[in-house]
Structure formats: C-alpha cells, structure tokens
Design a binder for this molecule. Structure first.
Ligand SMILES: [Zn+2]
Length: 398
C-alpha cells in the first residue's frame, strides 16, 4: 500500500530529527540542555520534544565519553513517548552511482526488543533499502540497560566499568542507542523509533513481561505506541523475532505484542508479519512456537515459508564481497555487547515464516519480495592496470 499524503495526528506527535544535525550541534550546548530534560514536560508534542532532546543530549555526550556525561540517562525507563530518529542514510548506491531514495519499494518495519536485535533482519533490510528502493524502519522497545554482563570490551573502550550492574544500567542506554544508530545506518534503516522501556534482565519466562499484573514494561503505553506507529507507517511487511520458548522473553513479548497490534488493525490495512531466525544449516521446518503461545495468540501460527535470504550472495570485484560482510560490520558497531560480537561470521541465512495470514495472496506477496531479494544487485566491474597488478585475465586474485 503506498504511503498516504499528510501525517495522522499520532504521527504529528512524533518528532523526527536528522542525526546529521544532531552531530553538528556543539555537544557542550546539548549537554547543557540536559538538566531541562530530566523532569516531566506535560503531554503530547512538547513531551516528545523533551525526550528527543534528551536522546540528542545522550548522543552528543556519548561522543565525549562517559567521563563528561551527565549522571542521568535519557528519560527512558517506563517512559513510552516514542522518539523517532532519522539515520543519515539519505541515499542508496546502485551500480556505483548514488541516487536519491525513491521509496517505491516495500515499506518494512522491524519490531524488536533490544537495541541490537536488528542484526537478525539485517540482510533483508539492507537489500530492500539499497536494491529495491524500499523504506526500512525499526521500532526498539527497550533501552538495553540489561546488557552489562558481557560489556567488558565496551568498558575498555569507554573507560568506565560497564560490567558493574549499577554503572551498566545507568550508562548503557545512551551508549547502546548510539551503537544502534550506527548499525542501523549501515544496514539501510532510515528511521529508528525508540520506546525506552526497561531491559530488566535475561529470562525466558514470558509471564515476567506479559502476565496480568506484570510491570516490567508499561504495556498500555507499548500497545498504544505500536498502534500509532502501524497506523502511521503504511507498512507492507512487519518483521519480528520468532517467538519460540527458548528465546529471550523480551523477544517473545515484542513479537507477540506486534502480532496483537497488527490484528487490531482493519484487515485491509494490515501489513504481512514474518518472523525470522538466523540459520547456518538446512531448513528444519517452522520455528517451534509452543501450543500455549499459539492458544493465547492465534496469529502466531505459521502459515507459509520458509522465505530465505542468502547472506552469502556474492557481489563486488571478482565477487569477493557478500551481504554477511555488511551485517558483520553492523554487528561490530555493538561493541558493548560482547556476546553479540560472537555472531560475526555466523549465520549464512535469514529464514522467514509468514504468520497469521493463510491466504495464497499473502504467500505470493512474500515470494515476490524474496525473489527480488535474490536478484544480482551490483554489476560486475573490470579494471585496468591503473587499479593494480591484480587486474585482467590471469592476474593474481587479490
Ligand atoms: Zn535481544
């Protein structure tokens, strides 16, 4: 469905800020504004502006290092006013020639729990944006404060002991937001929507998040934010993590809340929802989603697939490059997340399953998208001697 002209009232309450602008503004100026963003600022656009300023402050101060940062983190915990941040990925490159985004490709939203989960969809997002002229966005539910256990490498980089729980919870939200902005920019994401809910701890117990009375996340605010984003975005596809019982309960909850939100939309307005897993081996069938989850969330039943994205599709001079290199570079931006860094070089295939729509038309739309994602993207180039001795037939392949 093409985007409609004009923004809805809920969209108008979001504030989109160019990161180019944010990084040009003197960090000291922004940090000086932080004291004005720590308290409540009423409701609506004014409060959204306050949160956006807090996020910008965090980004600017992250560039200075933790030693100069204010003690406060962004107004994040349990504050679900969405902030939308445009990453500076304003142009795609096709065949070596820069062109302006055409936005004539699919509109895709990844809904994720943590500010590094985008790597699961990274190949599809990158190629949708750069090859198909699509619009790719992310909605991240939590602030990532729980990612301190494996933050040793990031602690060395930033000069502060991020592995200490108290320090990590205080410092990681702004550091991880910066990391996610850089990662997102690499994989072609234009806009990041950030809810800032509390990343409380690792668990696979979904009840900690979604059971009646659970208060880790402000579920009402998350549901409202999802409804508003989906209504404003006119997405063709929503990507989520496979809500299997063995994955982090935050991933399960983010996916199930996304499915619920899509089901609340009018049938003709719903995007198709695909869940993803990164795989190395052969297809083992649909992801194992528990009977209890399917009972509680009927839309979690898989209805088609798998639709595969091969991260090893070769391109570039002598086909020495592939999409896994793009993804590895994006993962490498998450330097505070040591356990994620182990995923560099891992996972050759993104496997997607359609959920909740068993129509032939839905499966055909997915198939058409993934067929285009398997097309050759970059034309082969030949070089002359001026490019080096590794050119021409019979030259060494370096
Ligand atoms: Zn995660």
């Amino acid at each position: 469905m093409p985007p409609q002209k004009g923004a809805s009232p809920s969209e108008q309450s979001l504030i989109k800020i160019s990161l180019d602008y944010a990084l040009r503004v003197a960090p000291a100026t922004l940090c000086g504004m932080s004291s004005g963003t720590r308290s409540r600022h009423g409701t609506g656009p004014r409060r959204a502006l306050a949160l956006a300023l807090a996020l910008l402050t965090a980004l600017a101060c992250a560039a200075q290092g933790p030693g100069q940062a204010p003690e406060s983190t962004p107004e994040s915990t349990r504050d679900s006013t969405p902030a939308s941040i445009a990453t500076p990925h304003s142009r795609a490159v096709e065949g070596g020639v820069a062109r302006t985004w055409t936005a004539d490709g699919p509109r895709v939203l990844g809904i994720i729990a943590h500010p590094d989960d985008e790597f699961t969809f990274a190949g599809v997002l990158f190629k949708t944006a750069t090859h198909l002229g699509g619009v790719c966005e992310l909605l991240t539910i939590t602030d990532g404060q729980g990612g301190f256990k494996y933050a040793t490498i990031g602690a060395a980089l930033h000069g502060v002991d991020l592995t200490d729980e108290e320090i990590g919870r205080r410092e990681l939200p702004r550091l991880r937001l910066q990391e996610q902005l850089e990662s997102s920019r690499l994989i072609g994401v234009q806009t990041l929507h950030y809810l800032g809910q509390r990343d409380h701890r690792y668990t696979t117990d979904l009840d900690e998040i979604l059971a009646p009375g659970a208060d880790v996340w402000d579920l009402g605010a998350v549901r409202r934010a999802l409804d508003a984003r989906l209504a404003a975005g006119y997405y063709d596809f929503v990507l989520i993590h496979a809500p299997t019982v063995t994955t982090h309960a935050h991933h399960q909850a983010a996916s199930l809340l996304a499915l619920e939100a899509v089901q609340r939309m009018a049938p003709t307005a719903r995007p198709l929802v695909l869940c993803a897993e990164v795989e190395d081996g052969p297809d083992n069938g649909p992801p194992w989603i528990s009977p209890a989850t399917k009972e509680a969330f009927p839309a979690a039943r898989s209805t088609g697939g798998p639709f595969n994205f091969d991260r090893k599709q070769p391109f570039g001079y002598r086909e020495r490059l592939d999409y896994q290199l793009v993804i590895d570079a994006a993962i490498g931006r998450h330097v505070t997340q040591g356990s994620l860094l182990r995923m560099i070089g891992q996972g050759t295939r993104e496997e997607y399953w359609l959920l909740g729509d068993d129509s032939d038309a839905a499966r055909e739309r997915c198939a058409r998208w993934f067929t285009r994602l398997a097309e050759p993207q970059y034309p082969a180039r030949e070089y002359e001697d001026s490019a080096g001795v590794n050119t021409g037939a019979g030259a060494p392949t370096r």
